[in-house]
Design a binder for this molecule. Sequence first.
Ligand SMILES: [Cu+2]
Length: 420
Amino acid sequence: MGSKLIILLVIVLGVIAIAQLVRVNELTAKHTNRKDSDVPHRDNILNANLMLVFMIAFYASFIWLMLKYGFTGLGPAASTHGVETDWLLNLNFVIIIAVFFLTNTLLFVFAWKYVKRPGVKAYFYPHNNKLEMVWTVIPAAVLAVIIILGLRSWNEITSEASPEAENVEIYSYQFGWTARYSGMDNVLGDFDYKLTTADNQYGIVTRANIENALHMMRVGGPGEEGIQLIEQRLNDETRVIARQDRKSLEKNLGRKQRMVRLLEQIEATYNDSLDAYANNDIIVPDSLFLLKGQNYNFSFRSKDVIHSAYFPHFRAQMNTVPGMTTYFKFQPIYTTNEMRDKMNNSNFEYILLCNKICGGSHYKMKMAVKVLGPEDYLNWQKTKMTYDGSPWLDFSDAERATKEAELLEKYQAIAASVEG
Ligand SMILES: [Cu+2]
């Protein structure tokens, strides 16, 4: 409290002192019969020299910051497209830094060189078409090159993945992430938001989930009042319901009846053979395990609001939007362990972050990403169960050893494809 008062006092006294100094200056000017606009020559020279001093200090601090912190501080790009994105970013930086030095040198050196000298009148130079052309056409051409190169990369990243790319869905919600692998058939089971219940939080479409969602609407379940119960309460003549409560009950009933009609349509047209696609999917909450060198086709969806899946070390990002699926291709090129060596940090972990302010706990919406080598990835796969509860690698005892050896060989070839 006391220190705040002192600071305030110092500021007030400082302002008064400056005002007094200005006043003294005005009075001396009046005394010596000098106009405000008459700046002494030595003051002009001093200011011109200070321009050069400022320019040198400005450049020195810029160079020092660039050397100390670099461009990103995130280490080498850890995906195929990340390498390309970095190349584009560096190209932009080279252009920007060159223009930065050029324009600032002109600015400060001209201010120093053309300092006002007694008896010299400024040269009147209002217009030059050639100059206008130069500084319009050159930046336009440079921008066109940057945009064309950027569009080419973007189209490549978001174009359709090759058929052998593994399909993985990344599901976002307030506030977390879940990965869904497509299993041995490499086809993700369908999803529908209308099937989202406490037992089916990802809205996965199977015959059982459709029946379950219908049951929830009609009969109810944990945390959900069914149509039957609501109708019973509305028609119960032994109890009085406040008008407000009746209104909200009727609204809830109407919503559920509409939902039942939509679900009945899904039920009537559903083809049971589609169950198999969903049943061998593997759902892994809160972590994303990837095989080094594997081509992935990531599809993104959101349960609630717009999120953005940001993989800083892979230089990849994609919005996740409720009601639509977004995609990109992805190929990790360094395992987590390899990246630890490169970053010289034994605790390094890849991460997936939400990069769209999506609510109160946005700041902690993240998922661990681990890129594994062939053996580690296969070992991890062996521990995972599918949606219907069978092992991901569902081999009979007789064929297990051969099948696993085949997979390992395949994974080794995939990992080797991005070596060197
Ligand atoms: Cu988010």
